[in-house]
Design a protein around this ligand. Structure first.
Ligand SMILES: NC(=O)c1ccc[n+]([C@@H]2O[C@H](COP(=O)([O-])OP(=O)(O)OC[C@H]3O[C@@H](n4cnc5c(N)ncnc54)[C@H](OP(=O)(O)O)[C@@H]3O)[C@@H](O)[C@H]2O)c1
Length: 321
């Protein structure tokens, strides 16, 4: 039986992916911060597809919550409640508008939520990943400053984990919410590539893949924006204009199905180290931002992230060293 853990699988693109996977009779672990929001999806998917759907409380912005979720997952595995994972889908995330804010660990919220939480989760759950298991990261085309998507949101800055985690502190200048978001997604692509390199060095058969769902209206993604902006973003006129400006656009079902395919379709078994994009009904591997291929910066990002999440020797799998 195949089993996949997905963060943010109860809404938006993650929910569309979870529905696709459950329809393929794949067991799911839905990881999210609210049992109340996950419960209806757990009930829907398990009733409709007769699969096991297990909710797991996880707040990716809190290192304590990530550690507690991993401990709970391993306990459920020991008791046979859940099985080994065929994929870990790091999909939760968002852009956080308004005043800059900080996680319970004192790290900038966007970087903590989108990056550090998933970084730690992958380290802690890696021992429960199947030999040929996959880690799939939902990134975003906004990570690339050379694209219209990247320029519209706010061009990504250097993927420096320490600067991003402490951004705006001690009187320092805060990046805009858009730049915090696009840079967090640049880091996400670089985590995927760096994980792939580490797996190859360790002769592991596991894989690591990055995914851009395209601009997908109608999810909870813009929930922090003013209501008129949310409304306009869902109109077909806005979609038409975006497409004609060169923005990569998609819809929630197509992007969800694409994410599900990366996690479970045998056709993507050899896709490690690749960045895929959903674009107006097509789904293909594409080049990511130039800087995302910088191996020195990626290794630095990884090592700094390890220090920021205070990863212990016991927590670090040998294959990822
Ligand atoms: N929609 C787009 O245009 C677009 C484009 C490119 C990339 N993306 C990426 O696609 C992914 C899914 O976004 P979406 O568009 O489907 O939006 P969404 O419906 O808002 O989904 C985001 C999910 O992330 C979860 N999440 C947020 N903060 C969390 C935290 N601290 N701990 C645990 N879970 C948390 C949310 O859970 P709650 O219900 O608890 O908030 C929600 O389930 C995100 O990574 C986003 O950056 C979206």
């Amino acid at each position: 039986m195949t089993s996949i853990l997905i963060t943010g699988g109860h809404s938006g693109i993650g929910l569309a992916a979870a529905r696709t996977l459950a329809a393929q009779h794949i067991d799911l672990v839905l990881a999210g911060r609210s049992m109340e929001r996950m419960r209806p999806v757990v009930d829907e998917l398990s009733a409709r597809h007769s699969v096991s759907v297990t909710p797991l409380i996880l707040d990716t912005s809190s290192l304590a919550s990530v550690r507690a979720a991993a401990t709970r997952f391993h306990a459920m595995r020991d008791s046979g409640e859940v099985s080994q994972l065929d994929a870990i889908v790091c999909n939760a995330g968002g852009r956080f508008d308004g005043d800059i804010s900080y996680s319970p660990d004192g790290y900038e919220t966007t970087f903590a939520t989108n990056c550090l939480g998933h970084f730690l989760l992958v380290e802690l759950l890696f021992p429960s990943l199947a030999e040929k298991g996959r880690v799939v990261y939902t990134a975003s085309g906004t990570h690339d400053p050379d694209t219209i998507d990247g320029r519209m949101v706010g061009t990504a800055v250097e993927p420096d984990a320490v600067m991003l985690a402490t951004n705006g502190k001690d009187g320092g200048k805060a990046l805009s919410a858009g730049k915090r978001y696009s840079t967090s997604k640049l880091c996400t692509v670089m985590y995927a590539y760096e994980l792939d390199r580490r797996l190859r060095r360790a002769n592991s058969s596991a894989s690591s893949i990055a995914f851009d769902p395209g601009a997908v209206p109608g999810t909870g993604f813009l929930r922090g924006m003013p209501k008129p902006v949310q409304w306009v973003s869902k109109t077909s006129a806005f979609n038409w204009v975006s497409k004609h400006m060169g923005v990569i656009t998609s819809d929630v079902e197509f992007s969800g199905a694409s994410l599900a395919a990366l996690a479970a379709d045998p056709g993507y078994a050899e896709a490690s180290g690749t960045y895929f994009q959903a674009n107006d009904g097509t789904f293909s591997p594409v080049r990511s931002a130039k800087v995302s291929y910088d191996e020195r910066l990626a290794a630095q990002l990884w090592d700094d992230s390890k220090r920021l999440v205070r990863l212990t020797d016991n927590e670090e799998p040998t294959q990822l060293r």
